[in-house]
Ligand binder design. Structure first.
Ligand code: AMP
Length: 579
């Protein structure tokens, strides 16, 4: 092992191991974060083999925290939060309080100090954005109503944790940890000073930063150099994080978060987010790696009961509390369970809190290891929870369908049985997805053309369709049972108007099995998707981007005569596609 290049070897081995374990985790259908953490454990001082330089990997993880928090700030959306504020704000606050108390209960049982208990409880109360977004994305739920509630809920959690990160150092002394450097100041003075520094920093960011940063970025864009733009984004993130810590004594995390929030306001925020993504991802991975490398697996043997109790708080305590809150707001059981499962894990914020606790001497290494062990276990268990909900889904849908009728009376027909009558409906069209594309199709078909049956996976869509007098089935079209109800063998065509090409391919494959002669159309965004769809039995793939280009040409009158009409739907067949 070349010991003269510790930074290089930590980086190289960190990335290689994280990649290997991350791939393995994905193979096992686990969230990749579990893999990154385990890669860290493998490279830690407590397991044989390579040992990552602890000082260096700690510093690398600080960069990871900065970039993670920058990302949180970049995606922080007041609008998203306001859209679900009525349930998300009280929900998150109550749930954090309940979970923190449960964590403090466990800590009391283990004989820890109040300060330890508080940090321990807080770190169990906050879910990981990374894990949650992955889980929702995998199920195409980010944009759904329940997905939005979960994300809004998480935004509130994140905000509260950002506040906790600011306040905890000031509270460290009275809570029995190591007070800040100022010495024997009273608690009130400590808190006052912190509030003053943080206030000054936030005011500076909101007054000066909010104008200066978008202005600066706009200037950089005019140079036409993408490299400079990326560099500007990173300079803003790292510069503000570092500068705020050096000048105001504010944590890196808070500085980076505000750098993101301020950038978020700019029209260029989307580009900034996109350009900085690869670096943010790489360092986030190194962050998880380094957290893992601090973990001493011996705790699994030494304190199995404590681990079990901690996992129970995260996986059951916290999620049951969340589910009850959602139900109290009279949301359906399936929504409550989805939100509960989304929150039944802990991740980056817990690690950030735990390492703050360590450095303030509020938390001891044992408690830190406990948080880590429980985090790894909860992340591994998370997909299983979602799977459990999937199994309950048909039952819940039936139940909710019935409830909806009871609530809304005759106007909302039962949500789940809208099959077509055989015979009369020969030659109908089956449309999957009632979103940006599906809506247009329905509009056009309203009063002319063949009968239409829509498969949509959002209850609101199904209700809306039925109010318009259209036939709709509630469910995910990748499921055999759902597809089977659409009477595909008698249909004229199947229109896959969902954005995910790979999911559409899966639907096409199954539809082909049910109806070999069916005409299947799908939409796509990339050449790869076109190929994939065609290989799975789609007859015509319409690529959105290409149609937009056509539209622009048509608008300019530059289209060659008859071009669009002559070949209305055929996407360019990629050469060499397995035909
Ligand atoms: P958009 O992304 O705006 O085009 O909307 C697509 C719509 O299709 C969304 O409302 C999704 O919930 C819905 N959708 C996506 N996948 C499926 C599926 N497999 N089955 C039924 N509906 C789906």
């Amino acid at each position: 092992m070349p010991h003269d290049t510790p930074l290089l070897s930590t980086l190289a081995i960190g990335l290689v191991l994280a990649f290997a374990f991350g791939t393995l985790a994905t193979r096992l259908r686990l969230p990749p974060i579990a893999g990154y953490l385990l890669a860290g454990v493998a490279a830690g001082p407590f397991t044989p083999g390579f040992v990552a330089d602890p000082e260096l990997s700690k510093e690398l993880s600080e960069i990871g925290v900065i970039l993670l928090m920058f990302g949180v700030g970049l995606h922080f959306s007041i609008k998203d939060l306001l859209a679900v504020r009525r349930i998300a704000i009280p929900g998150a606050i109550v749930q954090i309080a309940v979970a923190t108390l449960m964590g403090m209960g466990v800590s009391h049982f283990l004989g820890w100090s109040l300060g330890s208990g508080l940090i321990f409880g807080l770190s169990l109360s906050v879910a990981s954005t990374v894990v949650l977004l992955r889980a929702l994305e995998e199920r195409q739920m980010v944009e759904s109503r329940r997905g939005r509630i979960a994300v809004g809920w998480l935004i509130v959690e994140d905000l509260l944790m950002v506040m906790a990160l600011v306040i905890l150092p000031a509270l460290a002394g009275p809570l029995g940890g190591q007070a800040e450097a100022q010495g024997n100041n009273s608690l009130v003075l400590e808190l006052g000073l912190t509030a003053l520094k943080v206030g000054a920093f936030i005011a500076l960011m909101l007054v000066v930063g909010r104008r200066a940063i978008p202005w600066l970025l706009a200037r950089v864009v005019r140079t036409g150099s993408r490299e400079l733009f990326t560099l500007a984004t990173l300079a803003i993130a790292m510069g503000i994080a570092y500068g705020s810590a050096a000048l105001f004594g504010v944590s890196f995390a808070l500085g980076a978060f505000f750098a993101g929030v301020v950038l978020n306001e700019s029209e260029l925020s989307h580009d900034a987010a996109e350009n900085s993504l690869p670096l943010r991802e790489a360092f986030a991975v190194l962050f998880f790696f380094s957290v893992g490398s601090l973990f001493d697996p011996e705790i699994l043997l030494e304190q199995p009961w404590a681990i079990l109790a901690t996992v129970a708080v995260i996986v059951f305590g916290k999620s049951i509390a969340a589910a009850l809150i959602v139900l109290a707001y009279r949301r359906p059981l399936s929504v409550a369970l989805t939100i509960a499962a989304s929150l039944a894990q802990i991740g980056e914020f817990s690690f950030i809190l735990a390492s703050l606790g360590l450095s303030l001497k509020l938390l001891d290494q044992g408690a830190h290891d406990l948080i880590l062990a429980a985090a790894i276990i909860s992340i591994i268990l998370n997909p299983l929870l979602f799977h459990g909900i999937d199994l309950l889904q048909p039952w819940m849908e039936r139940r909710e369908g019935r409830r909806l009728v009871n609530v809304k009376g005759k106007h909302a027909p039962e949500l789940d049985d809208d099959e077509l009558d055989t015979g009369a409906q020969q030659g109908h069209l089956v449309l999957v997805g009632y979103g940006r594309v599906g809506r247009y199709i329905c509009e056009r078909l309203d009063d002319m053309g063949p009968p239409l049956l829509v498969i949509a996976d959002e209850p609101e869509h199904v209700t809306a369709l039925r109010q318009k007098g259209l036939k709709a089935i509630l469910g995910n079209a990748t499921q055999e049972k759902v597809l089977a109800r659409a009477k595909l063998p008698e249909a004229r065509a199947l229109l896959l108007a969902i954005p995910n090409g790979f999911e559409a391919a899966e639907i096409a494959r199954r539809a082909r099995e049910l109806a070999p002669g069916l005409h299947i159309l799908a939409r796509a965004h990339h050449d790869d998707e076109i190929r994939h769809l065609e290989n799975h039995g789609v007859d015509e793939v319409i690529m959105g981007e290409r149609e937009i280009a056509h539209g622009m040409f048509r608008y300019l009158g530059l289209e060659r005569p008859g071009e669009h009409e002559a070949e209305p739907q055929r996407a360019p067949r990629p050469s060499g596609a397995g035909s």
